[in-house]
Design a protein around this ligand. Structure first.
Ligand code: SF4
Ligand code: SF4
Ligand code: FES
Length: 312
């Protein structure tokens, strides 16, 4: 006899979203309920495969009777809850979050949906003045040390790209501190803990232990952090090099899903191919085995495919 495991039944709860009645299983988040209703809710630190950290606050909604706006990604729908997703207060808060991020971080390579939200909420990334770029000042900051306040512009986290290994580069001038890479490297996927948040306040940044180069850290080059990064701060070296010399052309790329051939686990690979060469490898988030995660072989071990024998 084959045993079948079924999830225990969940009570249904009913509330309203933007005035429309919504009934969902107990434990459903406001974000999930919004998505079921087809409401496009901005998120930056949320990913369905990671534990919500409530770091970015761009997903906030207004809940009747609640003094503060609440994060949709982690707040569960409660019986009788009345949610507004597009009130003036919600739009203002989301715009301000995007403006503050855009004033200090280079968002030019962020995911298309983030660019769409910048337009939708009319986020003015110059609102806090022209960007001031203290080279690597943030990277060098130590906990508890604060420099004198700058005036007349928006302080940025501009700093040189960290290009210290063969597989991927880290450009923290694009980092919005969403914590996704830290979670992917930690208990949510890889359990390697090669990276964490260091510093406090504006000096906070993602760092290896004692800020050592990646090859001297605990990193095992699974690339799971690259997979979840929404801003292009973490990038395949191949993409970084091709962008640098003007060869990167997503419109000429195809994506082919296949199974990794290195072992029997059966991870799904998405091969991004340009000009008959693999340029990077991702993995689908909704795959039961992979959930977007790979090991170093599946993620970066593709060069051998391209070592074709020259004729003649
Ligand atoms: S490549 Fe893997 S081990 Fe290395 S920092 Fe990223 S998630 Fe951690
Ligand atoms: S490097 Fe990317 S994933 Fe990591 S905190 Fe920064 S933006 Fe988020
Ligand atoms: S997406 Fe909800 S707090 Fe960041």
């Amino acid at each position: 006899m084959t045993a079948s495991f079924v999830a225990p039944p969940r009570r249904l709860v009913t509330g309203t979203i933007d005035g429309r009645p919504v009934t969902v299983p107990e434990g459903t988040t406001v974000l999930q309920a919004c998505r079921q209703q087809g409401i496009d809710t901005p998120t930056l630190c949320y990913l369905e495969t990671l534990t919500p950290v409530n770091a970015c606050r761009v997903c906030v909604v207004e809940v009747e009777g609640s003094r503060a706006l609440v994060p949709a990604c982690s707040r569960a729908v409660e019986p009788g809850m009345a949610v507004q997703t597009d009130s003036e207060r919600v739009r203002t808060s989301r715009r301000l979050v995007l403006e503050l991020l855009g004033s200090s971080v280079d968002l030019s390579l962020c995911a298309p949906e983030v660019r769409r939200w910048l337009v939708r909420y009319r986020a003015d990334t110059e609102r806090f003045g022209p960007a001031q770029a203290p080279e690597a000042a943030r990277d060098a900051a130590r906990p508890g040390h604060h420099g004198p306040a700058e005036t007349g512009g928006a302080e940025t986290c501009a700093q040189p790209v960290k290009d210290d290994n063969e597989d991927y580069v880290r450009d923290y001038s694009r980092c919005i501190l969403c914590y996704k890479c830290v979670e992917a490297c930690g208990t949510d996927a890889q359990n390697t803990f090669a990276i964490a948040v260091a510093g406090r306040g504006f000096g906070a940044r993602i760092s290896t232990e004692f800020a050592v180069p990646l090859p001297d850290s605990a990193c095992v080059y699974c690339g799971n952090c690259i997979q979840v990064c929404p801003t292009g701060a973490l990038m395949f070296r191949s993409e970084h090099v091709m962008r640098g010399d003007g060869r990167w052309a997503p419109e000429r790329q195809t994506v082919t899903t296949t199974i990794c051939s290195y072992c029997g686990v059966g991870c799904n690979l998405e091969l991004h191919v340009q000009d008959n060469s693999i340029v990077k490898v991702t993995s689908p988030l909704d795959h039961d085995v992979t959930r977007g995660n790979l090991c170093v072989k599946g993620r970066f071990g593709f060069q051998f495919v391209q070592n074709r024998r020259r004729e003649g």
